[in-house]
Design a protein around this ligand. Structure first.
Ligand code: ZN
Length: 83
């Protein structure tokens, strides 16, 4: 990922990343142009999902399966065996 200096448009160097959460980080940057010398903080943040995480989907399926009664679980198992 390239960060451009908002002052002059040159490539900036990310010196430090302050991760605030899994979805947000502050990037401490400095412009690579010595004549500019701009240092600044820019944000990196999650926007939206295009395809859900299979880890999340698996966890949801496991939780749902655990919530079923033994009979329902057995029925589900038989249905899955047909796939
Ligand atoms: Zn600059």
């Amino acid at each position: 990922m390239r960060v451009l200096c908002p002052g002059c448009g040159s490539v900036a160097i990310i010196g430090k990343t302050n991760r605030l959460s899994l979805a947000h980080a502050d990037l401490y940057c400095s412009c690579s142009d010595p004549e500019c010398g701009h240092t600044f903080v820019t944000n990196l943040s999650f926007s939206h999902t295009l395809s859900p995480s299979s880890r999340t989907s698996s966890a949801i399926v496991s939780e749902l399966a655990r919530a079923l009664s033994p009979v329902q679980r057995q029925q589900l198992q038989q249905e899955l065996n047909l796939l």
